[in-house]
Design a protein around this ligand. Structure first.
Ligand code: PLP
Length: 383
């Protein structure tokens, strides 16, 4: 049996919502997008939610809203997807990388202050695998040093920190609805914020810089007249995407429960295996379990991480690695002279981490196969 790394959980409910949009004749941003924003805002308990065509677009506009300009420095973890840093370069600002914590793989909050300079304007904590970062420490530091906190919550739907949902803590929080994320619209994103003026600016910027509610110009209550207030972007969500989002949001709590069940099954089953360390989730927070990442104890094995993944694949279990640290990529080396120097933890865990399949549509048999293939590879290659 093959267990793919990911399968989106799409049912008749999503299909019916999309058909409803197609039949309505309204395809792009419109009433359903507005409804999805309201429902998402209420689910998170945020003040406002602004939809986008991706999390990357959301991060870009969030940085603009926070006032990031050319030459500014923005602090972010070394272990993340390129989107987190790429948006900083859109503004000709400088991504400043910080090493991660060896247990949670989140940004090492204690190492952030040492990277702050006169030019630092913002911090982008990334809630790795769905586990919230040390938000009290990060927000206290940001307040003291007058920095904006723009969260990359691409993995963190839904996740809680000290009982508060991610999306209600930092200045701006950016979510992803990419096909592999824990709530999907195929492609899509959302930014939550309590700053009204910033939400308003992002609504304008996401649709060509046109005055508010520009999408209504083709409805009965709209008017052909509009004004372009600034050079904006084409970053809006569509009603077809929002249909998927509305249906997914209805089952989000159930999908989260199922992810938690699979994570618990893995953690219980791997406890007796000394060649893998299971994820560490701090007691005051709950992970979204977007990813389940084990750390290999390489000294206990005769094979390395890459070979371990190949062996899993040969048994039908697909695995992945999140992420190749940014300083290892040619672009970031070339543009910012990054190297492994100063990133001892990122460098070490990069050789050890494996992301195992975890998604709500997984059957118990599939989850058990994942457990069995990990155990078998270890039996075969233990030192
Ligand atoms: C998926 C992802 C993004 C980008 O999300 P998109 O919606 O594809 O733009 C950003 N950051 C992290 C950490 C991600 O995993």
């Amino acid at each position: 049996m093959e267990v793919p790394f990911h399968k989106p959980y799409i049912t008749e409910d999503e299909i019916a919502e999309v058909l409803d949009s197609l039949r309505s004749g309204w395809l792009t941003m419109g009433p359903k997008t507005v409804r999805f924003e309201e429902k998402f805002r209420d689910y998170i308990g945020a003040e406002d939610a602004v939809s986008m065509n991706s999390c990357t677009a959301g991060l870009h506009l969030a940085l603009i809203a926070a006032g990031i300009k050319e030459g500014d420095e923005v602090i972010l973890p070394a272990v993340t997807f390129t989107a987190t840093a790429e948006v900083v370069t859109y503004l000709r600002a400088i991504p400043v990388l910080v090493d991660v914590d060896g247990e949670t793989f989140n940004i090492d909050a204690a190492a952030v202050e040492g990277k702050i300079t006169k030019r630092t304007k913002a911090i982008i904590p990334v809630h790795y695998a769905g586990q919230p970062c040390d938000m009290d420490e990060i927000c206290d530091l940001a307040r003291r040093r007058n920095l904006a906190v723009v969260e990359d919550a691409a993995h963190a739907i839904p996740a809680t920190y000290k009982g508060r949902k991610i999306g209600t803590i930092g200045d701006l929080t950016c979510f992803s609805f990419y096909a592999t994320k824990s709530l999907t619209t195929g492609e899509g994103g959302m930014v939550t914020t309590a700053h009204d003026a910033w939400a308003e600016r992002m609504r304008i910027l996401r649709l060509h810089g046109i005055s508010k509610d520009a999408w209504k110009r083709y409805t009965g209550e709209g008017s052909w007249y509009y004004e372009v207030l600034e050079a904006g972007y084409k970053y809006n969500m569509t009603d077809i995407q929002a249909s998927l989002g509305i249906a997914q949001l209805r089952k989000l709590d159930w999908m989260w429960e199922r992810r938690k069940q699979i994570a618990d099954l893995y953690t219980d089953s791997f406890r007796s295996l000394d060649a893998v360390q299971t994820p560490v989730v701090k007691a005051d927070r709950e992970s979204a379990w977007h990813l389940y990442v084990v750390k290999l104890v390489c000294d206990a094995l005769t094979i390395d991480r890459n070979r371990f993944i190949e062996e899993l694949k040969s048994m039908g279990t697909m695995a992945s690695v999140h992420f190749i640290p940014l300083y290892r990529h040619p672009y970031y080396r070339r543009a910012f002279q990054y190297s492994a120097a100063g990133f001892a933890v990122s460098e070490q865990i990069y050789d050890q981490i494996i992301s195992l399949p975890i998604y709500p549509g997984m059957t118990d048999e599939e989850a058990n196969q994942v457990v069995e293939s990990v155990a078998q590879v270890i039996r075969k290659f233990r030192r």
